[in-house]
Write a protein that binds this ligand. Structure first.
Ligand code: HEC
Length: 179
């Protein structure tokens, strides 16, 4: 008897001795699932870092992104990105207020590349990963444009995205090298 079969036999014996009836179906199907395929894996492997690594091909401008924003994002973030709560406001904000700082793309996010990454993997909240890479470039440009960080003609791609100076880029302390 192979080792897994032995284990199943022991489990069945235990089930019988403790409950008085046989839990054969549960014992035989241990629920280990099926191996994930390469194509399913690529769906998870879409991470773009602050240095621009992992950014896909494609490009887009805010002018093109307006339509994407209005159809896919405005229902939750409002037409001008002003949102309906602290979680959904995307523009303005203040990290220097005496009260609780309002964190937005303009006031808080240190990198434009990770803004792209976040939108690509998490938004629209009801249908993440439903936008094409080009649409993500376009709508990222539009969110940056709404914040006055780029103009509506600036073409975003894997190179230009990493060159954008975000207003709060110096507002963080790098502890990554700290022991
Ligand atoms: C169904 C509602 C909904 C839709 C549609 C939606 N979002 Fe969001 N979005 C949210 C919510 C809720 C959060 C806050 C999530 C959290 O804090 O965990 C959020 C957060 C964000 C953030 C991060 C804000 C921050 O500073 O933390 C960005 C950027 C963003 N959304 C962009 C977009 C874009 C671009 C689209 C359209 C492609 C979009 N969202 C569509 C609900 C939505």
């Amino acid at each position: 008897m192979s080792l897994p079969n032995k284990l199943i036999a022991i489990l069945v014996t235990l089930a019988v001795s403790q409950t008085g009836f046989v839990l054969v179906s549960q014992a035989q199907s241990v629920g280990l699932g099926t191996p994930i395929s390469e194509s399913q894996l690529t769906d998870f492997d879409q991470i773009a870092g602050p240095d621009g690594s992992g950014l896909p091909a494609g490009s887009g401008t805010a002018l093109q992104g307006q339509a994407v924003f209005e159809t896919q994002c405005a229902v939750c973030h409002a037409l001008g990105g002003e949102g309906s709560s602290a979680a959904t406001v995307l523009v303005g904000g203040d990290m220097h207020s005496e009260g609780t700082p309002l964190r937005t793309v303009g006031s808080y996010w240190p990198y434009a590349s990770t803004l792209f990454d976040y939108i690509r993997r998490a938004m629209p909240a009801t249908a993440p990963k439903s936008l094409s890479d080009v649409e993500v470039y376009q709508v990222t440009a539009y969110v940056l444009y709404l914040n006055g960080i780029i103009d509506q003609y600036k073409l975003l791609n894997s190179d230009s995205l990493t060159e954008i100076d975000m207003p709060n880029k110096d507002g963080f302390i790098d502890f990554s090298q700290t022991q």
